[in-house]
Design a protein around this ligand. Structure first.
Ligand SMILES: [Zn+2]
Ligand SMILES: [Zn+2]
Length: 433
């Protein structure tokens, strides 16, 4: 009897939650329709005025003034140009964070968008075009829209939302720090501390109206590395007097391929790339040293450790055999982005309810990396892809001049993210204690 009445209570709770979600969806849909013209306008403004990492001054101002106008508590200057807006609902409930990144890339835009960027800036001492070639303008605009939608529902909102607007997701300029890691160090998740974090990312390979996500490891860890192999310089005609760093570096490049093929399981994804190899000035001189740089991608800290250890052993063994020396340094890097599997399972019905079951895809892991991983290492996280390609138009890949995200993705992103946050706060789909 007790079991039966408990069962009935659970059914009633589930039915009440479903009814609640339906009313929320209708309210969100109406609010999104209302704010879309303004958010499209803001997106164009951000797109036309792109700013590189740690230089998002005007974007941050625009973000902060929008959040202040909504009555949110606003902190600026977090990790240089980051902005945090806190929306406290009228009812008690959990705390949740949502992240959008604001930085653009040193890419010269080549699209037919009427609001395309013609901005130029200096990057690494060179004059470059600047463009939102990864869709961060869409992320920022969508999140401003979500803030508008939820601020309009503040009285009934059961809990608190932390809106995180992050600088330098693509990496801070050399010699500077920035991005998610620095925001956390500067207290982004302190007072109040969220119990989960969400983010969406534009995806050129998905149509507008679709979203996708990867439960578990979703985006690779990335570690840059740089090395110098040193030998002894000599005339090219008397190699016996040299210690040849070109021969040693060549052997190293070849041996590095065996990490992937001989030290790791064929079922363990990873990448070891040599992107730069530079040495020598003249055809008849064996140079004193060769510089090398590259990147490692992995989805598991143990694999990352194996790769780094084997690289060190290969550099060491080869340099010793050749009579030379070496230095090898790894960047701190960006950790693997792991979507919390319980949170993914819990929020999937929300994505499917808002967009329709056949508009939600489970995606293969992506070999790109994301510093959202720092946030998702601090609290359970879910990062999903938002389709930005309008059928009938063509977009280049991410980080290319022809990358083109359609405005049609803005209302979709606002509806999905608003619903995800509302459902999370109201406890929908949470396993009963
Ligand atoms: Zn990017
Ligand atoms: Zn990005």
């Amino acid at each position: 009897m007790i079991a039966r009445s408990m069962g009935l209570a659970l059914v009633l709770v589930a039915a009440a939650q479903a009814a609640h979600a339906q009313t929320d969806d209708a309210r969100v849909r109406a609010a999104v329709e209302r704010v879309t013209p303004q958010i499209v306008e803001l997106r164009h403004q951000i797109h036309q005025n792109p700013e590189l990492g740690n230089r998002e001054f005007r974007t941050a101002e625009l973000v902060a003034s929008h959040l202040r106008a909504l009555g949110l508590e606003v902190r600026t200057g977090v990790a240089h140009t980051g902005v945090i807006g806190i929306l406290r609902g009228g009812r008690p409930g959990p705390v949740v964070a949502v992240r959008a990144d604001m930085d653009a890339l040193p890419v010269t835009e080549d699209t037919d968008l009427p609001f395309k960027s013609t901005v130029r800036a200096t990057y690494l001492g060179q004059d470059v075009g600047v463009a939102h070639a990864c869709g961060h303008d869409v992320h920022t605009a969508v999140q401003l829209g979500v803030a508008s939608v939820l601020a309009g529902m503040r009285v009934q909102l059961p809990g608190t939302v932390i809106f995180v607007f992050q600088p330098a997701e693509e990496g801070a300029p050399p010699g500077e720090r920035g991005g998610a890691e620095l925001m956390l160090e500067e207290g982004a998740f302190r007072d109040p501390r969220p119990s989960a974090v969400f983010a969406l990312h534009a995806r050129a390979s998905l149509d507008v109206g679709r979203v996708g996500f990867t439960p578990g490891p979703a985006l690779a860890a990335a570690n840059g590395w740089r090395a110098v192999v040193r030998g002894r310089q000599s005339h090219g005609a008397v190699p016996q007097l040299s210690i040849d760093p070109i021969v040693m570096a060549s052997q190293i490049v070849t041996a590095l391929q065996t990490i992937r093929s001989r030290n790791l399981s064929p079922f363990t994804p990873s990448v070891v790339t040599v992107g730069i190899i530079r040495g020598g000035e003249r055809l008849n001189i064996i140079p004193a040293e060769v510089a090398m740089q590259g990147t490692i991608r992995s989805y598991d800290p143990a694999v990352q450790d194996t790769i780094m250890r084997r690289m060190r052993e290969i550099f060491d063994g080869t340099a010793r055999a050749g009579g030379g020396t070496f230095t090898l340094e790894f960047d701190r890097g960006v950790p693997v982005t792991v979507n919390d599997t319980a949170l993914s399972a819990r929020m999937r019905p929300t994505l499917e309810r808002v967009l329709g079951r056949d508009h939600v895809e489970v995606l293969e892991p992506w070999s790109a990396s994301e510093d959202f991983s720092f946030f998702a290492n601090a609290v359970p996280g879910l990062f999903f892809s938002l389709g930005t390609q309008m059928p009938g138009t063509v977009s280049g890949g991410h980080h290319t001049p022809t990358f083109r995200a359609d405005d049609g993705s803005l209302p979709v992103g606002m509806r999905v993210m608003s619903a995800v946050l509302l459902d999370y706060l109201s406890g929908a789909g949470r396993a009963s204690p």
